[in-house]
Design a protein around this ligand. Sequence first.
Ligand code: C5P
Length: 221
Amino acid sequence: SDRINIAIDGPAGAGKSTVARMVAGQLGYVYIDTGAMYRAVTLSAQRLAIAFEQESALSELLSGLRIKLEPGPNGQSIFVNGEDVTQEIRSREVTRQVSYFAASGVVRGVLSAMQREMAARKGVVMDGRDIGTHVLPDAELKVFLTASVKERAARRFKELPADQAISLEQLEKEIAERDALDEQRDISPLLKAHDAIELDSSYMTIEEVVASIVKLSRTKL
Ligand code: C5P
């Protein structure tokens, strides 16, 4: 076939979204940031003061949410019921709570179904935590992208908006906590798929990571 699906999973801050966006650009594929979808649900719940344990309130919320991903000025823009929430989903409040909402079966069920639908026609590069293991187990190419916690925290630190004062140490701690929550949850935890290719980006440039994934993708056509 002439188009494949590519799953890129890994812990927070490994560079998945940058890499996935660039791979999609080079292949003419559609990039889908599934983390942004979990963040959008988290933001929407927070605005209505719905907690992650409130299953029925969450399912009602989810049934009324239309989530749209579109190419935007800074990579990808995300809209919830027509409102552009691209900036707001990156807030510290959302970042600190998203892994709790992402552990909810109600939330995961709805979002994974949406993600499968988005990939049905092939030609997508999807990044997340459970894409290769759960959402697209038949993806032709699966990459598990990692880097040391220190390196990941340092990268995130450089990208922080100026108004979000947080030390590098605090950031390291929060990243490690989010990894632990994502790895230890019962439903679709962060896990390398048995057939995923692991890339440690600690000592690679973004360009090198992108080039190796693009090259791997050609072997799958
Ligand atoms: O990729 P990002 O760091 O924006 O993802 C935010 C959070 O969303 C992750 O820490 C994880 O809890 C959740 N997530 C998930 N499954 C995905 C993508 C993200 O559980 N496929």
